[in-house]
Design a protein around this ligand. Structure first.
Ligand code: FES
Length: 112
């Protein structure tokens, strides 16, 4: 029995025989095509997806349904992608979320 998410309410069903390779912070990992980046990394033992903008504490998946944005990563140069909702594709280059362009503190001072 697999520990992977094979049937996902948003992403659909995944073929366990259809594997792809992708990188996360320049390390190569194998995944099932179309499983979420978060699931693929978790299966490969990676739980930290980024670090908090202000405290620097490690962050990973929290809600796993696309609401909290704790799982933000950069995918092929596009920042702010949610790892829990983004399907893995062959050759995808994923990097940890890093620091947002605007810190949370700066955003609050301008928007609250
Ligand atoms: S874990 Fe909450 S949005 Fe991805």
């Amino acid at each position: 029995m697999t520990k992977r998410i094979i049937h996902h309410p948003v992403l659909g069903t995944i073929d366990e025989a259809d594997t792809v390779f992708f990188t996360f912070d320049n390390h190569k990992y194998q995944a099932l095509r179309n499983e979420s980046i978060a699931a693929a990394l978790m299966v490969n033992g990676v739980r930290t997806l980024r670090h908090h903008e202000e405290s620097g504490t490690p962050r990973g998946i929290y809600c796993n349904i696309g609401h909290c944005f704790e799982c933000r990563v950069t995918v092929d140069g596009k920042q702010g992608m949610r790892a829990c909702l983004t399907p893995v594709q062959e050759g995808m280059a994923v990097t940890s979320g890093g620091k947002l362009l605007t810190s949370v503190r700066d955003w609050r001072s301008q928007n609250e």
